[in-house]
Design a protein around this ligand. Structure first.
Ligand code: SF4
Ligand code: SF4
Length: 626
């Protein structure tokens, strides 16, 4: 299949294809070249039946039944697959939840030592406080914030057996009863992650059922805990997103400007860089070096955070990160954590681009290290922007080629912004669902995957669903894909079914709504929960579904699992490394539906997947009598 792997087969996006061609011409290696070099990938790994947990291994189970059926210790395929899955969930939960912790600690620093991050959204602060039972009347924002910080940090450290406070406050009663009954209510975010590692270490838990149950518990600790905390505290510190315009794709880079691409996940860094990029002194310096100004743009989830809050242009999603550098027009790519390819340093060597790593967690050999410190955030951000500006004269103009492709996009659909657009309540949306104008809602999440034609599954699935009057909400690299393909424009509603089109036209919204970065999947949970409360049902009764059409990261595994744990049928567009166990596969794709009300559904073909998701939504409507 990869013999004549053309740029058009690697991505559906023209700007991306143009840069792949440039990379090929200039002999620059990208993710697709490295995937090709990896083929054929190991079948044991693809099935999830290899184990490297102890040094008696690696052990592999023969999926055809002819060779070994047990590892040296006696572990079967069922145990090995379940252990690998739980470790992936734990890693994903750790990524999101540690991000959440960093934001809480930034607010704590602000309260105790006065960082340059004042509380920006007092209304959100009070709303979150009220949910958690923190008194707000007659109290200063700082006092309320102090209590919230204590509760959030408590969810990372408390040692009792009670459900974490954030999940308790945000999830409705019916859902919590399901979790309680099945023993998957999380007690402490860090503890569930640590216990996942403990259970899966050599010679501990060997029962696929109890292993997967703990994986589910860990994912809930993330979705209704760590990720939710990240989103809510970011809104408090940086402002809750409001509906606004932005631009997306590689064409947002500007030929005559100092281009800075901010890539990664945590807005604690990116918020300050875009502020520094507007510093008149640095703009003057850029002009002195012959540039017209400074153009700071986003990439991946950090780009979505900026797009959501400030309308900052976003240069691309996961598979476009190397290609942004291939334009030859990037003075600096500033990175923090998650989804950042180590290869960026190699690509940057072919140009004048400086990769600047900023997180104490993530060091890139060959990069410029400017470690971020909240207390000196403004100073460090200016230093980073200065490095980029001073690099402008090193740009080789002959190597510059910026594709024209970019699209306008409306973003900023936080739950609060959606409520405001609907007049303060979800009723208009719920009425449209009850009347059948909107048949249901699908939440689409994250990632590109070099094994899947870039953006293809995201766009085909979205198009097919909106055609069938399904409203789409979503986050992560899906959101960037939609932004690049014009889906986040109100006029795209012309492509929707008649019912959805009429609702979009009445409200002036696109048929798919950008809810933010991958930690912001928690916004989708909050929305689903509000709807369930309004209608007096559980989330699992609603005409909803989820999808990760181009899933890639361990975070995506965790997100998919907490969607399932929240009672949502969740589609995966890539076959996960769990199919080597019949028992685990059955558990995840069938039995989970009877236990938690949601299950995984695996289908690489987005058209077939859309049909199943529509059928599922129709069956939920029937059961509700609507
Ligand atoms: S834990 Fe068991 S299956 Fe895994 S590597 Fe060790 S001996 Fe092999
Ligand atoms: S959506 Fe997936 S690939 Fe994209 S930035 Fe988030 S985790 Fe990474």
């Amino acid at each position: 299949m990869l013999k004549d792997w053309k740029p058009e087969d690697k991505s559906i996006d023209k700007a991306t294809q143009e840069m792949i061609r440039k990379a090929e011409k200039e002999g620059i290696e990208t993710a697709w070249d490295r995937l090709k070099a990896q083929l054929p990938q190991c079948g044991y790994g693809q099935l999830g039946v290899c184990c490297r947990i102890c040094m008696q291994g690696p052990c592999r189970i023969d999926p055809f039944g002819n060779g070994p059926q047990k590892g040296v210790c006696g572990a079967t395929a069922e145990t090995i697959v379940a252990r690998n899955l739980v470790r992936a969930i734990a890693a994903g939960a750790a990524g999101h939840s540690d991000h959440g912790r960093h934001v809480v600690l930034a607010l704590k620093e602000t309260l105790e030592h006065g960082t340059p991050y004042p509380i920006k959204d007092e209304k959100k602060l009070k709303d979150v406080a009220k949910k958690l039972g923190v008194p707000v009347e007659g109290r200063k924002a700082e006092e309320i914030a102090k209590d919230l910080v204590e509760i959030a940090l408590g969810d990372f450290s408390k040692q009792d057996e009670e459900i974490i406070k954030f999940a308790d406050a945000y999830a409705n009663k019916k859902r919590k009863e399901v979790w309680k009954k099945t023993g998957v209510a999380p007690r402490n975010i860090d503890r569930e992650i640590v216990e996942s590692m403990h259970r899966t270490t050599m010679g501990v838990d060997h029962d696929p059922l109890s292993l997967v149950a703990h994986g589910i518990k860990t994912s809930i600790a993330d979705g209704w805990g760590g990720s939710l905390i990240a989103t809510e505290f970011q809104d408090i510190l940086f402002g809750t997103p409001k509906i606004g315009k932005g631009e997306a794709n590689l064409g947002v880079l500007k030929e005559d400007y100092v281009n800075i691409v901010i890539h990664g996940h945590e807005p604690v860094l990116s918020e300050k860089i875009i502020e520094a990029a507007q510093d008149p002194e640095l703009i003057e310096l850029a002009k002195k070096y012959g540039a017209k100004g400074i153009n700071a743009v986003g990439m991946c989830c950090t780009g979505l955070e900026l797009l959501m809050r400030h309308g900052t242009p976003i240069a691309g999603n996961y598979l476009q990160q190397e290609l942004a550098i291939v334009t030859g027009a990037v003075e600096a790519m500033v990175v923090d954590v998650q989804c950042i390819m180590p290869s960026l340093v190699d690509v940057a060597r072919c140009f004048h681009t400086k990769i600047i790593d900023t997180s104490s967690l993530a060091t890139f050999p060959g990069a410029v290290h400017v470690k971020f410190d909240e207390m000196r955030a403004d100073e460090i951000a200016r230093e980073i922007v200065r490095i980029a500006v001073e690099n402008f004269p090193n740009r080789n103009k002959d190597k510059v080629q910026i594709p024209k492709g970019k699209s306008e996009a409306i973003g900023g659909f936080s739950v609060e912004a959606i409520l405001e657009a609907l007049g303060g309540t979800l009723k208009p949306l719920e009425e449209a669902i009850v009347s059948g104008k909107i048949r249901g809602v699908v939440g689409i999440v994250g990632c590109n995957n070099a094994k899947i034609r870039h953006n293809h599954n995201h766009i085909v699935l979205t198009d097919e669903l909106i055609k069938n009057d399904i409203l789409i909400i979503g986050t992560g690299c899906w959101a960037t894909a939609c932004a690049e393909h014009g889906i986040f424009l109100p006029e795209y509603a012309e492509k929707a079914g008649e019912g959805l089109k009429s609702v979009c036209k009445a409200l002036g919204i696109p048929p798919a709504l950008n809810m933010g970065s991958c930690v912001d999947c928690s916004r989708m949970l909050v929305l689903a929960d509000l709807m369930a409360r309004d209608l007096g049902v559980d989330i699992s009764d609603l005409p909803l579904a989820g999808s990760a059409p181009e899933a890639m990261t361990e975070k995506a595994v965790c997100i998919g699992t907490y969607f399932v744990a929240s009672g949502i049928l969740t589609h995966l567009g890539i076959v996960p490394p769990t199919v080597g166990s019949v028992e685990v596969t059955k558990l995840l794709t069938k039995d989970a539906m009877n236990i938690v009300g949601g299950a995984f559904y695996i289908e690489p073909d987005p058209i077939k997947a859309a049909k199943t998701l529509i059928d599922h939504i129709e069956s939920k409507r029937k059961a509700l009598g609507i």
